[in-house]
Every structure is written in C-alpha cells, then in structure tokens.
Design a protein around this ligand. Sequence first.
Ligand code: UDP
Ligand code: MG
Length: 320
Amino acid sequence: MKRPQLSVVVPCYNEEACLDMLHGRVSAAARAAVGESYEIVFVNDGSRDRSWEVMQRLSAADPHLVAINLSRNHGHQLALTAGLDLCAGEQILIIDADLQDPPELLTEMRETMAAQGADVVYAVRRKREGESLFKKATAAIFYRMLDRITDTPIPLDTGDFRLMSRRALDALLSLPEQARFIRGMVAWIGFRQVPFVYDRHERHAGETKYPLGKMIRFALDAITGFSTAPLRFASHVGLLLTAASVLLILYILIAWAMGHAIQGWTSTMLVVVILGAVQMFVLGMIGEYLGRLYVESKRRPLYLIADVAGPVQAHASLGY
Ligand code: UDP
Ligand code: MG
C-alpha cells in the first residue's frame, strides 16, 4: 500500500456547525504542508445532529476525505482510536473538530519534528480562550495531580492535539486497553517527544462535549490507567488505622483496669463514623480498579463501525 504523507484524524460528536469550516482549514493546511499527498479522516462518534450527513456531502466532493460512522457514541478517546486505526499516513495529525486547535500550526509542527528528529510533537496550551474558569482550574489541578501520582511522566496542559510519526502511531495502536487515555498512552510509548507551545482558541461553534460527568470519567480513566497510587494509599490508610486502633485498645484496657469502663457516646460514634467512611472510600477506590479489570477482561472490540464514506482504499482496508 502506498501511504499518503499525512493523515489528519478528527473525532466528531455533534459538530455539524464546525465541519465545513474545519474541512476547509484542514485541507488548506495539509495542502500547504505536503501538497496532494494527504488524507483527512473524520470519525462521526454517534452524533445526534446532522454531522454524518455533512460528512457524506463533504466526502462525495473531496477524494482526500474519508468519513467513518461509528455504530453509536463510543466516546472521544475511542472515536479517535477508530480514526487512528484506519488512517494510513506516514505522519499523523490529531486535532479536535471545534477548531480550538488551529490546523495552520501543522507546518511549524512538521518543521519542529524534522529539526529535532522527533517522533511526537505534542502541543502544549499556553492560553485557553473562551473556556470557563472552572474548566481551566480543574484541568490545571488535574494535570498536576496526575503528574505527581503517575510513573509515566505525562506532559502538563497537553491535549490530544499532536503530530506523530508512523512508528509512534503503530506503537500506540499496539496498546490494547479499553479505558484509553491517549495522551498518557503516547507518553508511555517513549521515542523522542518534543513540546510545541500554542494558544488555544475559542470553540468555532457549539458547546463543549465534555460535561462534568464525562470529565470525571476521563480523569478516573487517566488515574487508574497510569497509577496504582490510590491502591497504595488504601493500604497506607489501613496501616495507619491499624496503628491508631492498637493505641485505642491500649487506652481502653488501661481505662478498664482503672475502673472507668463506660466512656462517653461521642468517642464511640466518632470511631464508628470515621471507620465507616474510610472503609467505604477505600472500597470504592478498589472498585474503580476492579470494574476496569472486569471491562478489560471481556475483551470486547473498542468500537464498531456502521458506515464508511470516501476513498475505495478505506473501504478495502475495512473489509467492505
Ligand atoms: N468528542 C467525541 N465524542 C464524544 C465527545 C467529544 O468525538 O463523546 C470530540 C468532539 O467532537 C471534539 C473533541 O472530541 O472534536 C473534543 O471535545 P470538546 O471540544 O467538546 O472538548 P473540550 O475542548 O471542551 O475539552
Ligand atoms: Mg474543544
């Protein structure tokens, strides 16, 4: 198979208002960088708007565009995985559909890659425009906390916007896990990875597809996928409580020996409540890991594809 020089992979969920503009700007940036030797892969992640219709229309008019329609909403990271699995390029650019990450940076990112002999050029956000204070604050705290508890150094303030070489992508795709935190998995594979600083723009249209619930899940996937610190924490808490209870037992025995056997209600209740809370918390943490272990053990496919629109090679490689 002859590979195009560049693949641009875009996961899309309810992005109908962004797709035309996105397609235009990505095409122009790709053409400026590599001429005609590029492909664009749009992944429709079970959108409820007209994203898929727009993709079909665009791909009918542009032989560079492959559009994949997943069978339902599989989530950002799995939609991205579907696009990465399918794309064929020598270099791969991952970018969001909402144009928060300017595609025009492609040329500079390629230059950085060539100049530094890197396999991954990851884009680090210097500024984030048009995002809520809450989002910026939670993201800042999250990346710093993650950095402290993981063994893999995951770059701070870095999303999935990045340029990768084919060998880095193949390495990434060899990781089989269901709970995918792709920016961490890329950090894990190693090779030479260099940062590229940029200012993140406002969304072109629509609103964030990451409400609080999804953000929490994403964060939990990141933590459980890259650290066992919470489990270690659980055993440390257990150890501490054991030590405390030994002291308490001694105290009770001494009090009993001295004839003050019946003590107040407050201390008893405190111990019961604190122990109960700590136990539930620790159990919950263990449960997070256990649940993921269970999901992984089912070995289900990461995503299912319903339709493909675009070049014939894409159909062939998917077995259609
Ligand atoms: N996305 C997706 N599936 C989802 C949620 C999001 O494919 O279930 C895509 C979305 O269309 C966008 C990217 O993931 O291209 C990042 O989402 P968004 O821009 O809403 O996140 P934010 O920038 O607000 O963190
Ligand atoms: Mg966005």
